[in-house]
Design a protein around this ligand. Structure first.
Ligand SMILES: Cc1ncc(COP(=O)(O)O)c(C=O)c1O
Length: 436
């Protein structure tokens, strides 16, 4: 580890007394009231007024008819993926997934919870490369994937770091190929996208939609997630599956596999207390993004991009990407890395280590799924076609892998909405000193 505190480049900067987090929960007090109310009235299981309230309020906020509270976003994604699989390929046997023998196109640069449910359901994820304009699924690569695998009928799309992807193009391509969309809006609650002339919330853009209340999200329940839909039948099915798939009988009667995925009324109390602050949190995140953008403007870096005409991000995480010619040497193994400083240049790991030395938390860009050891044997499609076997010993050319490039040159910055302006100025100063 480099000793940043004794490095003369960082002279005069003191470590933060309390840690600056990437994104931590921000409680306001109302959460306590609803949790206390649940305990006082003895509604502490998976039914109660808090669950009813958050389902109603979030359905209204996102602009869908139904919301089903679940234990986490991953559970929502699992049941969304299973619903899609069942609609496409029929009900599976209890010991088989609904996607057995089928491929599913998936966002590549996302958290693995977006796409693991494809494996839970025995499907094969085919990873679709990222586009540089929003760091989300590339519509060009998706078109190519349908050329390579025309039978595919399901696409899992995430909005990375709260920035909506190119949903108009993705929807058009999916419609042309009669494919359904599972939308993972776990990171993007409150972000909007201009679809057919209407500002539409993420979480209302897919055929099956999911959000998360994980502790690091823009609002939190400490845990929790939600399935969002305009289909009453789908909402009812998810509610049934999430509570062990009980049939209408006086005893425990089961015709389908069930799960214990329902939201608790205590968690829902925390979410209920947070919902009134969602817009305030987004405004704080936006201010953080804009301060970074202004403060880093003189450096050879760019912020995580978005389409200002067609989208309003929720700015969940602020990120930067270093210009190619300002990248100092940095290599990564599977679990380790090395970096070297060069004057006027820097690298994600130099900046992350410097931030850590001063008690601030950053994070590498989410490592693309096609690079993950667990999914290395799965297909990967770029805008140019098959993204596996991209080099040729006899031809001097390598095809683009946008996700790998963003992972190499990018990093997530401290984006906690409780960070003060002065603290953020210090973070910006630390980043400047890394480039000295
Ligand atoms: C993109 C994405 N999808 C899914 C999840 C899973 O949500 P949860 O942690 O609520 O299960 C997360 C984060 O946690 C996420 O960032």
């Amino acid at each position: 580890m480099h000793d940043f505190l004794s490095d003369s480049r960082f002279k005069g900067i003191n470590p933060f007394e309390t840690k600056l987090w990437l994104a931590s929960p921000t409680m306001h007090g109302d959460e306590q009231r609803w949790v206390d109310e649940a305990i006082r009235t003895n509604w502490v299981s998976t039914v109660g007024a808090n669950i009813d309230a958050v389902e109603e309020q979030l359905a209204k906020y996102v602009g869908v008819q139904y919301a089903v509270g679940l234990s986490c976003g991953t559970a929502a994604l699992h049941l969304a993926t299973k619903l899609a699989g069942e609609r496409l390929y029929g009900q599976a046997k209890p010991n088989q997934g609904t996607l057995q023998g089928h491929r599913v196109f998936c966002s590549d640069m996302t958290f693995d919870a977006s796409i693991n449910p494809v494996a839970y359901e025995d499907g094969e994820a085919v990873f679709i490369d990222t586009e540089p304009d929003t760091w989300n699924m590339s519509p060009e690569a998706l078109e190519k994937a349908f050329e390579l695998y025309p039978d595919v009928r399901l696409v899992v799309v995430a909005h990375l770091y709260g920035t909506p992807g190119k949903m108009a193009e993705i929807r058009r391509i999916c419609d042309a190929h009669h494919a359904l969309i599972v939308e993972d809006a776990a990171e993007s609650l409150g972000a909007q996208y201009l679809l057919n002339g209407h500002w539409t919330e993420t979480g209302a853009l897919g055929d099956y939609n999911c959000i998360s209340f994980n502790g690091n999200k823009v609002i939190t329940g400490s845990a929790g997630g939600m399935f969002l839909t305009n289909s009453l039948a789908d909402a009812n099915k998810v509610r049934k599956w999430s509570t062990q798939s009980r049939e209408a009988a006086p005893w425990y009667q089961h015709e389908e596999i069930g799960y214990n995925y329902r939201m608790s009324n205590i968690i829902a109390g925390v979410v209920r207390g947070q919902i009134p602050y969602l817009d305030e949190h987004i405004a704080q995140k936006k201010a953080i993004y804009e301060r970074y953008k202004a403060g880093l403007a003189d450096l050879p870096v760019k912020m995580n991009p978005f389409d200002a005409e067609r989208s309003r991000p929720n700015y969940w995480l602020s990120c930067l990407i270093i210009d190619e010619d300002a990248m100092a040497p940095m290599v990564r193994g599977e679990q380790d890395y090395l970096w070297k400083h060069e004057p006027g240049k820097s690298s994600p790991h130099e900046i992350l280590e410097a931030l850590a030395a001063f008690n601030a938390e950053g994070r590498p860009i989410w490592k693309p799924m096609h690079m993950q050891p667990i999914y290395r044997t799965h297909p990967f499609v770029t805008a140019e076609g098959n993204g596996r076997g991209r080099t040729n010993a006899y031809i001097q050319r390598t095809t683009a892998d946008v996700g790998a490039d963003i992972f190499h040159r990018g990093l997530c910055l401290p984006s906690d909405n409780k960070m003060t302006k002065e603290q953020q100025d210090t973070v910006i100063e630390i980043i400047h000193r890394c480039f000295r």
